[in-house]
Design a protein around this ligand. Structure first.
Ligand SMILES: *[C@@H]1O[C@H](CO)[C@@H](O)[C@H](O)[C@H]1NC(C)=O
Ligand SMILES: *[C@@H]1O[C@H](CO)[C@@H](O)[C@H](O)[C@H]1NC(C)=O
Ligand SMILES: *[C@@H]1O[C@H](CO)[C@@H](O)[C@H](O)[C@H]1NC(C)=O
Ligand SMILES: *[C@@H]1O[C@H](CO)[C@@H](O)[C@H](O)[C@H]1NC(C)=O
Ligand SMILES: *[C@@H]1O[C@H](CO)[C@@H](O)[C@H](O)[C@H]1NC(C)=O
Ligand SMILES: [Fe+2]
Length: 469
């Protein structure tokens, strides 16, 4: 016979109240009942395993790759040598044809930041790769050679399945390490990462200690040396420190991370686009001018009409500062950019907008707020099937900790929000369907804490939402 103690009955009642609360009492979507203990995030110390310097004389470290052209047939390989420039050559070969070793020669850069001097930062673009092919590549000299591999994407086309991981505001704490580990072990197997900005958080250290840029790059090498991460700049990339004599914004970032911005006729590495498989990815900069007549504005105005949804059905935008955010952090920081660009996003039927900045998770309904004209009073977001879903995923686990103070009541347009660390996966199946899932760090690797099927806005613009009132 089973007997319940009064305390366990109390607990069950308590739990059901919590559950009912979350389902019945909120005005908008769902605020998760999962309340994470507000712990302090702690940076991994400099002698942590994840920061280890590879053995060997002047061995290449901080190896990372990103897409190197507009269509996915080139890769930018980057690495740092600590003591001397060493070899600028990448030796590479395809798995299909390992007899033919090819070489590409890159360039070396260094920079100073206050009293920090960088190592020798190498960037080398490998071009004319075959699609859908595994390549091995080697960097370094004689006895400190290091070998890695990557797989090129399939040819650009409308029904090509492809799986993107999504991370933001990662930093280098123990929680950051858990986020990356969960991404790596997710059975959905991300093939490339869409990174929504705020990489190392070096600027939280005295004098923006750029050693923390080096440690960060060593930490994430285990993923980004093998699959491209698509970079967005966040506020922690600005590194504007006139008090240190550092007056040129984005100095560490632009030296360390090269992106293929010229391939999309951009004039700066902060806004650009790439095609990858069935996706067209537009990266925007919250911290570069975006008002009318600015370079970014002109570029985006010309860029959006170029997207051919018969070729790349999925239109994805990355930006750092969210436009729709119902946390009491960075509240309305994205508003001015929203006012400038949201009408274009609706006109061009963007599928999904990914942002970071707020250290928590939130997913919106399909909504827009484009009807407002100052005088007409129509200033509330309304349901709009031509509008993107907005995801805030600044929950990588950086040193600044979790954002857990939410505006109440939850706005109607907010479909799901939760203050937990995690990552997401955007798993494109074909031109009409993509499986999206968000995975909180506290669950097992395969658990989807939030998920939905995305229906493509061009090919299948059917309402996916279940609960808009
Ligand atoms: C830079 O200056 C700070 C103090 O201003 C000092 O603690 C640090 O050791 C210096 N670093 C180098 C590389 O000289
Ligand atoms: C980081 O995560 C990896 C993989 O789970 C683990 O091997 C390593 O020990 C972790 N390091 C720290 C400092 O937590
Ligand atoms: C759009 O892409 C399709 C498929 O690749 C192609 O047939 C068509 O010509 C393209 N349209 C334009 C306007 O370039
Ligand atoms: C949450 O944010 C609001 C608005 O900024 C503030 O008034 C309130 O004190 C905050 N609550 C907590 C618990 O920090
Ligand atoms: C697209 O993918 C979805 C989900 O896997 C599937 O249900 C649908 O049948 C596919 N469409 C086509 C035309 O294959
Ligand atoms: Fe940020």
């Amino acid at each position: 016979m089973i007997s319940f103690s009064s305390s366990s009955i109390c607990f069950i009642i308590f739990l059901s109240i919590l559950l009912f609360d979350s389902v019945l009492l909120c005005n908008g979507g769902k605020t998760s009942i999962y309340v994470r203990k507000a712990e302090k995030t702690v940076e991994m110390p400099l002698n942590s395993d994840v920061f280890q310097i590879p053995p060997g004389c002047n061995a290449p470290q901080q190896v990372h790759i990103t897409q190197g052209d507009h269509v996915g047939k080139a890769v930018i390989v980057s690495w740092v040598t600590p003591d001397e420039p060493g070899s600028k050559t990448v030796v590479y070969w395809s798995e299909k044809n390992c007899e033919v070793k090819k070489k590409a020669v890159g360039k070396v850069y260094t920079y100073k930041f206050y009293n920090y001097t960088s190592g020798f930062i190498h960037h080398c673009t490998i071009k004319n790769l075959e699609y859908d092919t595994k390549y091995y590549y080697v960097v370094g000299d004689r006895n400190s050679k290091r070998k890695f591999w990557f797989t090129t994407p399939p040819p650009v086309g409308p029904d090509v399945p492809y799986t993107f991981g999504i991370m933001g505001d990662l930093g280098q704490t123990y929680d950051s390490n858990i986020t990356l580990t969960h991404y790596e072990r997710n059975p959905r197997n991300g093939q490339a990462v869409l990174f929504v900005g705020d990489l190392s958080y070096a600027d939280n250290h005295p004098n923006h200690d750029n050693v923390r840029w080096d440690t960060w790059a060593r930490f994430v090498e285990r993923s980004v040396a093998y699959q491209p991460w698509i970079w967005t700049t966040g506020n922690h990339e600005i590194d504007f420190a006139p008090e240190l004599g550092e007056k040129k914004p984005f100095k560490p970032f632009t030296h360390r991370y090269h992106v293929p911005y010229r391939a999309s006729q951009s004039t700066a590495p902060f806004w650009y686009s790439i095609k990858r498989a069935s996706a067209y990815i537009i990266v925007l900069s919250s911290y570069s001018a975006y008002g009318k007549y600015t370079p970014q504005y002109q570029w985006l105005e010309e860029e959006l009409p170029k997207v051919n949804r018969s070729e790349t059905p999925w239109l994805i935008v990355l930006v750092h500062s969210p436009w729709y955010n119902s946390y009491n952090y960075h509240y309305m920081e994205g508003e001015t950019m929203r006012v400038m660009y949201e009408p274009w996003f609706v006109e061009h039927k963007v599928d999904i907008v990914l942002a970071g900045h707020v250290h928590a998770y939130e997913r919106s309904e399909r909504i827009s707020n484009v009807a407002y004209t100052i005088v007409n009073g129509k200033c509330r977001p309304t349901k709009d099937q031509s509008a993107p879903v907005y995801i805030t995923i600044g929950d990588g686990g950086n040193i600044e900790g979790l954002a857990n103070n939410m505006t109440e009541p939850q706005p109607e347009y907010s479909a799901y929000r939760e203050a937990s660390f995690g990552h997401a996966i955007f798993d494109i199946k074909n031109r009409t369907h993509a499986r999206y899932s968000w995975h909180r760090n506290h669950d097992g690797y395969a658990v989807e804490a939030d998920s939905m099927w995305f229906f493509n806005r061009f090919w299948h613009p059917v309402d996916e939402s279940s609960q808009w009132g």
